[in-house]
Design a protein around this ligand. Structure first.
Ligand SMILES: [Zn+2]
Length: 118
């Protein structure tokens, strides 16, 4: 083996190693990007689910019934408002005037429904 051949061998070897390192770097970058993308999509899906839950539990349409004349009407409450009134253990709400008989009564909650269901 003469010197020029040895030199050539060194160069090709170095070139090969260089390519190898470059390939590994590209592979690592791609793997990293894929991992980040996966993490982001998972996070996005999780936030989406949280939003969905808040939409469902936010506003609910309740059907109220006058305890005097039995007239029924609908009112919209937020879930937290209902919970602060003691619902579902307490099914009567604060005193208000019935729109039909005009008497002050504590209407009964006969139905609770989310206006938008997903
Ligand atoms: Zn009434």
């Amino acid at each position: 083996m003469n010197l020029s051949a040895f030199n050539e061998f060194l160069w090709t070897n170095r070139l090969n190693t260089g390519f190898g390192i470059q390939f590994e770097l590209i592979y690592l970058i791609i793997a990293g990007a894929v991992t980040i993308l996966l993490g982001v999509s998972l996070l996005a899906r999780r936030t989406e689910r949280i939003e969905e839950v808040t939409v469902i539990t936010d506003d609910v349409t309740t059907t109220l019934e006058c305890t005097v004349c039995g007239y029924q009407w609908k009112e919209i409450f937020s879930q937290t408002q209902l919970e602060s009134m003691g619902f579902p253990r307490n099914r009567t709400i604060s005193r208000r005037k019935c729109p039909v008989c005009g008497r002050f009564t504590r209407p009964k909650i006969v139905e609770v429904r989310a206006p938008r269901t997903f």
